[in-house]
Design a protein around this ligand. Structure first.
Ligand SMILES: Nc1ncnc2c1ncn2[C@@H]1O[C@H](COP(=O)(O)OP(=O)(O)O)[C@@H](O)[C@H]1O
Ligand SMILES: [Mg+2]
Length: 365
């Protein structure tokens, strides 16, 4: 690790000089700025571990400088110590409220200077180490989920396979019934494991395979797959296709999952007798794909979390349907990988409309 660098911001050369000498004695490196403007330039260009900031300076004073530092998500991480006259407590309080970490009264006291600087730098070192540790833990956890999901897939497939074999034997009602249950449970496990794997892949930034895709045709194919599911539940499924000429850059395999999840949710969370409609149309510079239903709807308070991993609505009606709560987070990740946005409008008891908005020009990878 290189030596820690402290930026001294003060318009008074004698003050800067004095601080510089002390800092060197403490074994740190330093850099200097005469006012706020210069300080911000340097802060954006180089990396510093600590800023000593004077309040009264020409061109840009300490308050403005501090405000700009706190507004910048990169600079905000750097601790700031305010340099102030001993009798100017109002300014110090104001700066601390604005986000400064500590203050040093003028004239400088060598022992206090040393204590404040080294304790802040130590705090920062500990925090950086903690961030590093959490990042590593998080990566390990992701890897763990990936490995477990992957390793579970084989045994589940085998269980499913043998359940099918038993069903083929037509062994009698009890056995068939048990085999059906095994089969259904294995299917659910496989679905969950596949969702986990998909999400892990998408989140780790798999490469997308964009290709020009005629949207009307693409959506028509998806519709075909849900005919039976809708009919079995006595739901009217309809489709208002976009113009045939409309072509988008899509990763067709991934984008199939988007439509698949939205349509299966709409059918799942709409009681028999209801309607589900898929539409797509151009609006300004975007293409909107919409899946609406007149089903259960979603409580207002759940909407902000709906696209979070594992989030499911907690009403009795929603809970009857089985699911992992991963579908919509996968949908969101894929839509965002297409530079798109997803949103929902819904009223509890009246229905929901999920819309995906894609820019007309999606960048080719
Ligand atoms: N069309 C819809 N109508 C009502 N609720 C919905 C609809 N789509 C999704 N939801 C709610 O959002 C939750 C999250 O959806 P999703 O991520 O696909 O998970 P799940 O595996 O539960 O389907 C669902 O559990 C459900 O409560
Ligand atoms: Mg779902």
């Amino acid at each position: 690790m290189g030596q820690e660098v402290i930026l001294i911001v003060d318009d008074n050369p004698a003050n800067r000089d004095m601080l510089a000498r002390r800092i060197q004695q403490l074994g740190y490196e330093y850099d200097e700025a005469e006012n706020g403007i210069q300080a911000l330039e340097k802060l954006r260009e180089n990396s510093y571990d600590l800023v000593l900031l004077d309040i009264m300076m020409p061109l840009m004073n300490g308050f403005e400088t501090l405000e700009k530092i706190m507004d910048d998500s990169d600079l905000r991480q750097i601790p700031v110590i305010i340099i102030s006259a001993i009798d100017d407590m109002t300014s110090v309080v104001k700066c601390i409220e604005m986000g400064a970490e500590d203050y040093l009264p003028k004239p400088f006291n060598a022992i206090l200077l040393k204590a404040r600087i080294s304790s802040l730098l130590e705090k920062r070192r500990l925090r950086d180490a903690e961030i590093q540790r959490l990042t590593e833990l998080n990566a390990m956890k992701d890897q763990f989920v990936r490995t477990v999901s992957h390793d579970l897939r084989n045994p589940i497939t085998i269980i499913r396979g043998y359940a099918d074999v038993i069903l083929d034997l037509n062994a009698g009602s009890d056995v068939d019934d048990f085999a059906q249950r095994i089969r259904r449970s294995a299917d659910r496990m496989l679905e969950l494991v596949n969702d986990l794997l998909d999400l892990a892949k998408i989140e780790s930034g798999i490469e997308m395979n964009f290709a020009p895709t005629p949207l009307a045709y693409f959506l028509g194919l998806q519709m075909g797959e849900f005919d039976l599911m809708a009919r079995n539940k006595n739901i009217t499924l309809s489709y208002e296709a976009p113009p045939d000429s409309l072509t988008l850059q899509l990763d067709a395999q991934r984008f199939t999952q988007v439509i698949h999840n939205l349509l299966s949710n709409a059918i799942k969370y709409t009681p028999p007798g209801g309607r589900v409609l898929l539409t797509a149309f151009e609006e300004n510079d975007a293409v909107i794909i919409q899946v609406s239903d007149n089903g259960l709807g979603i409580p207002d308070e759940d909407i902000p979390f709906l696209f979070d991993k594992f989030y499911r609505v907690d009403t009795d009606e929603h809970k009857v349907e089985k699911g992992s709560g991963l579908g919509l987070s996968i949908v969101k990740a894929i839509v965002e990988a297409h530079d798109g946005k997803i949103g929902v409008e819904s009223r509890l008891g009246e229905g929901s409309t999920f819309y995906v908005s894609l820019p007309l020009q999606v960048p080719v990878n």
